[in-house]
Design a protein around this ligand. Sequence first.
Ligand SMILES: Cc1cc2nc3c(=O)[nH]c(=O)nc-3n(C[C@H](O)[C@H](O)[C@H](O)COP(=O)(O)OP(=O)(O)OC[C@H]3O[C@@H](n4cnc5c(N)ncnc54)[C@H](O)[C@@H]3O)c2cc1C
Length: 428
Amino acid sequence: MPYQSPISPGRSWYEDTAGSRPEYPALDGDRQCDVVIVGGGFTGLSAAVHLAKAGTNVVLIEAHRFGDGASGRNGGQLGTGQRAWAEDMEAEYGLSRARALFDLAEEAKAHLLEFAAINQIDIDYMPGQLSVAHKPRYVDDYKAHAEIMASRFSYPHISFMDAKETAERLGSTAYFGGTRDTGTGHLHPMKLVIGTARVASQAGAQLFEATPSTGIVSTGGKVRVSTPKGTISAQKCLVAVNAYGGTLEPVSAAHIMPIGSFIGATVPLGVDSKVLPGGEAVDDSRFVVRYFRKSRDGRLLFGGREVYGVDDPKDIHIHIRRQIAELYPTLRDVEITHGWGGYVGITVPRKPFVREVMPNVISAGGYSGHGVMLSNYFGKLFAETIAGNRDRLKLIEDLKIPPFPGGRRFRAPLLFLALNWFALRDRI
Ligand SMILES: Cc1cc2nc3c(=O)[nH]c(=O)nc-3n(C[C@H](O)[C@H](O)[C@H](O)COP(=O)(O)OP(=O)(O)OC[C@H]3O[C@@H](n4cnc5c(N)ncnc54)[C@H](O)[C@@H]3O)c2cc1C
């Protein structure tokens, strides 16, 4: 039987196409190191790379296999800037701070592509991102956004698309206009996970899979991370468990909420297909965002179903096919070869959560569906912090992220009600 992530539903198309996925040993015995990292997604693996390259003695433990969380199973879209539009960040924080946050995200994008190129990780990168309005009333916002990005954020790669151009680029008349961003793109996330782990290991990081942390204690200037077969003692710790941490670390758990998001992959659509002839990725204006793109071999990878809490739907294929047919009626009977999901870590204001949750223990996550480039970069910023420069990580630490109301017990039902209300608004 092919391996399948035990913590995320469905075998992903990425798992079938990532090539060989080396296994790493489980920890057996105690370890002493400078830095211990808990969680082997993009955040943890990238931190391991940059720490090891700087000569830090680093141990990373992953409960299952690298990429079994969100990092190996996501939509692969890089996006531009932070998750919130730069002009909304400006309204909240003023232009100079909004620009600093935007520029940081642009560095994150450039860093990711450079990292993959230098380390010869073939991430199936394809350029282009279309952001589209599912209601006519949003079209003017997209138009203004394109102008603001060029004039106030020195980002000239976004252009406005009217309804005609949108229909041509999508191969669908379901949308009313939008923007085209030629400065970003999309990738194969599991290939990036596998490549990043390889680079971390080659740089000297000690990587362990099948090693869950059962507790983190910080006393007397030391951090101790316990696992079933050994304890790791370190000066510093990075908690990089994001939406998959359960109750491991209560402060992160109170601020980061898991939301299930689900993707289906069709059979290759063939060279005559009118769907996305330019190969861009797409995200739409719905609150429950529909995000889709074509793979290098011409499949439509379509995400658009969310579940609030951690219940797995048994019907990923049915829901995804129905949503595909709404945009592409000719694909109403298309064969879906893979349906899978994972848990996105969201925060109340949909901005990342970075905090020193105990002395010498920093937690990072809650990228709210915008973590492909940010999580990789936050690993680098954490390594910078360990080397003595916390300025850039501080930009994120200073964002105000309140805990979810209702505590761990009631927040899921409360969020369920709130999000279903917004999902209903998508339809009216
Ligand atoms: C379906 C889906 C689609 C998405 N699409 C996009 C997209 O298109 N663009 C975008 O920017 N973002 C997207 N995201 C979000 C993006 O994938 C995440 O922001 C990013 O991967 C987070 O990386 P991470 O390393 O912080 O967390 P993860 O990759 O989730 O890694 C956390 C790891 O911690 C491990 N762990 C948990 N508890 C323990 C423990 N006690 N001990 C040891 N290890 C533990 C888990 O096993 C897991 O491997 C999507 C997410 C999903 C699920």
